[in-house]
Every structure is written in C-alpha cells, then in structure tokens.
Design a protein around this ligand. Structure first.
Ligand SMILES: Nc1ncnc2c1ncn2[C@@H]1O[C@H](COP(=O)(O)OP(=O)(O)O)[C@@H](O)[C@H]1O
Ligand SMILES: [Mg+2]
Length: 249
C-alpha cells in the first residue's frame, strides 16, 4: 500500500528531514505516526499524498512509483487517499454540509445519496446542529471535525490524518479515533500523525516513530505496557515486583 525505499527528504537549503527512510505498510493496516513537533510527520504524509517529492529514493503508493504517476493520473490517484490536513483547508464560502459533500459531488454521486449520507456522518462527528454553518462561524474543534468528515465520506482506501485531534478535548479525540477504527474495520488503511502520546497509548496500533530524520517501528503500546500485579491473587502478588515509588497513599 505504502512503500518507502531509501528516501531522503529536505526542503531546499534546509536540514535533512528524512534520512535513508525505508518501510512498508500493508493494505488494511493502522499506524500511528509519532515524533516531536518538527520531526517531519507532516512532510512524510505530504510525500504520500503526492504534495512533495523525495530528494532521492523511491516512494510507492498502491504499488506505483509516485515519480511515474503522470499529471493526468494524479486526480484519480488522489481520490483513493483521504487527507485530514493539520490546518483543515475547508472552503470558507461553503457550509459544513457542502464542504463534506464536495468529494462526492466531484465523483458524481447522486444528490439524493449525498443528502442522506452527509448529514448522517456530520451527526456522527457531533455536528448535526451545524449543517448550514460556514466554517468561520465554528470553533477550531468543529472545523476539524468537518475536515475529518470530508476526508472519510468517500470511503478512501487510504486515510492520512495529520494531527486530527489537535483541537478537540480528550473525549472527542477518543470518539474520532473510534470513527477511524470503524473505517479501518471496513478495510481502509489508516495513518494518523500525532504527538498526543496519551491518545496513542489508549489504542492498540503499531507506530512509526520519527526521530533524528529516521523511522523506527514500535509495537502497539499495550504490548509494551506490563499490567500491574493484582492484589487478589495472594501468592502471585507476593512474588510480583513492585513498581518503585508507585504506592498511592
Ligand atoms: N514547506 C517547507 N519549506 C521549508 N521547510 C519546511 C517546510 N515544511 C516543513 N518544513 C520544515 O521541515 C521540518 C519538519 O516539519 P514537519 O514535517 O511539519 O514536522 P512535524 O509535522 O513533525 O511537526 C521542520 O523543521 C519544518 O520547519
Ligand atoms: Mg505536522
């Protein structure tokens, strides 16, 4: 689905952002992309949705080297990828409903279907009362949820989300993650860039971690966490090591 081979990336004159990065993501997988602010998460996603080209190395999407995708092929290529941009990129003159409907209208979906599905999805992300609202009249978190709805409405085979929970509280963040999980269960490959470690810890997905311009793969956080010893099993409890200084008083 996504393959990077020896990819180097830098913006002209700037520091190296990706150094000899290679990895392979299976169709149907779900990954978090983590790393500190400035580590290159957005840049990596940009390479995947054809908004940037590597300085060297090869990026393949859906089995095709992106350097060989012709200008004519680009729109159909991009339609298979849903993107939630860090800065939303909503069209300011269109209502919430029309923003989300846009990918369907471009794809020629019947208006009756649009009228049925778009309000349903907007209700799911908690915006049923704002179908006709212009983005500027909504909060950052609400705009972000419109951007998410727009990215998923066309059931893309790959969903790239750049800090999709950056502007919402934890309760809504978890709900949005459930939405991505539902999409994933229907077969969508999902990659979510985030620096929200506590959110990553709550979900059972592997991660790609960016640090010092390199990628490392990490197992789902649940596999790294050790459950605390249970007090109810007396004999095991006596033998189990205690975490240092973790006793609540
Ligand atoms: N269009 C650009 N031109 C020049 N430098 C950029 C551009 N976009 C990002 N950068 C730089 O590349 C580095 C990685 O940025 P980015 O991919 O946005 O990281 P992250 O999303 O992890 O915060 C940062 O140092 C940033 O300043
Ligand atoms: Mg970013």
């Amino acid at each position: 689905m996504v393959r990077f081979e020896n990819v180097f990336m830098r913006y002209d004159g700037g520091p190296v952002i990706l150094r000899d990065v290679s990895f392979d993501l299976e169709p149907g997988s779900f990954h978090f992309l983590t790393g500190a602010s400035g580590a290159g998460k957005s840049t990596l996603l940009r390479l995947m949705y054809l908004a940037a080209r590597p300085v060297s190395g090869q990026v393949s999407m859906f089995g095709r080297d992106i350097a060989k995708v012709t200008r004519k092929e680009r729109p159909s290529f991009r339609r298979r990828i849903g993107v939630v941009f860090q800065d939303f990129r909503l069209l300011p003159h269109l209502s919430a409903l029309d923003n989300v409907a846009l990918p369907l209208r471009i794809a020629g979906t019947r208006e009756a279907l649009i009228r049925e599905h778009v309000p349903e999805l907007l209700a799911w992300v908690g915006l049923s009362g704002h179908l006709d609202a212009l983005p500027a009249t909504l909060s950052g978190g609400q705009q972000q949820r419109i951007a998410i709805a727009r990215a998923v409405i066309g059931r893309p085979s790959l969903l790239l989300a750049d800090e999709p929970t950056g502007n919402v509280d934890d309760r809504i963040a978890v709900r949005l993650l459930y939405l991505f999980e539902e999409l994933h269960k229907m077969g969508t490959t999902v990659i979510i860039a985030t620096h929200n470690e506590s959110l990553v810890d709550r979900f059972d997905h592997p991660r790609l971690h960016l640090e010092d311009a390199r990628i490392t793969r990490r197992a789902p956080s649940s596999l790294l966490r050790r459950p605390p010893p249970r007090a109810t099993t007396a004999s095991a409890g006596a033998a189990a090591p205690r975490p240092p200084a973790a006793d609540p008083r």
